[in-house]
Design a protein around this ligand. Structure first.
Ligand code: DGL
Length: 285
């Protein structure tokens, strides 16, 4: 049975930002920089991260649990600040679950806004996508780019070690160079004409200092946070009814499914500030 929310009483609530772990904090930072007046709840499913190598069924199940959790917290709008969840779960949640749970709630992802804003930046019309195995295998970036820019050649490279490097705070250590160079070499072997690379995983901006060392100077490397933030602002301007459903006190609350102490330590590297988090369970009691 799908849970139903009461459609007659609409109480405004915070905007939900979801990631399997800490990567979504790179998107949250950009969203808050652009729209500091809104209230936000960030949830990291750290106990079950990484999602990158998991099956469709698992990523869909975990993401749907997270979306329901946000709705119980009073959110009307949830951003999947995770490419893997956007690639594997977003469409089904939008098309199958939301109409039953509450057709007026919205769940948005990060792939479409990234593609809309950045695909046209390429001069050579050859774009590289770096992402988790799940994101690359799903072909979601190719599909979205093909719909909007059919002349662009897209080449993907999955980088399964990169999320663990970031989650374990090895992203700026010498050992990270080996894995960073390996995948960039492979990407350019597949298509030497690439002049624009999309970091199609919200964890990867933390590896930026390493990545720039292994790509030709003329290549643009795109982190998606800024584009996702701009797209969210446009969305709220175009949807005043949703905007009214979002509270605006400038607050942020962090939740994790794992240890709050670990979240506090790790999150400070993504946010450059100390934050407190609450532990939560995604299953409905
Ligand atoms: N940060 C997530 C993404 O953007 C995935 C990390 C993971 O859980 O593998 O794809």
């Amino acid at each position: 049975m799908e849970e139903q929310t009461d459609l007659t009483i609409r109480k405004a609530g915070p905007i939900g930002i979801f990631d399997s772990g800490y990567g979504g904090l790179t998107v949250l930072t950009e969203i808050r920089a652009l729209m500091p007046e809104y209230d936000y709840i960030y949830l990291g499913d750290n106990a079950r991260a990484p999602y990158g190598n998991r099956s469709y069924e698992r990523v869909y199940q975990f993401t749907l649990e997270a979306v329901r959790w946000f709705f119980r917290k009073g959110c009307h709008l949830v951003i999947l600040a995770c490419n893997t969840a956007s690639a594997k779960a977003l469409r089904t949640i939008q098309q199958v679950n939301l109409p039953k749970i509450d057709p007026e709630k919205r769940v948005l992802g990060v792939i479409r806004p990234t593609v809309e804003s950045v695909a046209s930046l390429s001069q050579s019309n050859h774009i590289g996508i770096l992402g988790t195995e799940g994101t690359i295998r799903s072909g979601s970036y190719e599909l979205e780019i093909c719909k909007l820019f059919p002349d662009i050649a897209v080449t993907g490279e999955s980088c399964p070690m990169w999320v663990p490097l970031v989650e374990n705070r090895e992203y700026d250590k010498p050992g990270a160079d080996y894995f960073v160079q390996q995948h960039l070499d492979r990407l350019f072997e597949k298509d030497p004409l690439i002049d624009t690379i999309i970091l199609g995983c919200t964890h990867y901006p933390l590896l930026m200092n390493k990545i720039i060392q292994y790509v030709p100077k003329n290549v643009k490397i795109i982190s998606q946070g800024k584009y996702v933030a701009e797209s969210l602002r446009d969305y709220l301007q175009r949807h005043p009814e949703m905007n009214r459903n979002c509270t605006k006190q400038g607050s942020i609350h962090y939740f994790t499914t794992d240890s709050t102490e670990k979240f506090k330590q790790q999150a400070s590297f993504f946010l450059n500030e100390q934050v407190e988090a609450l532990q939560t369970d995604l299953e409905q009691k």
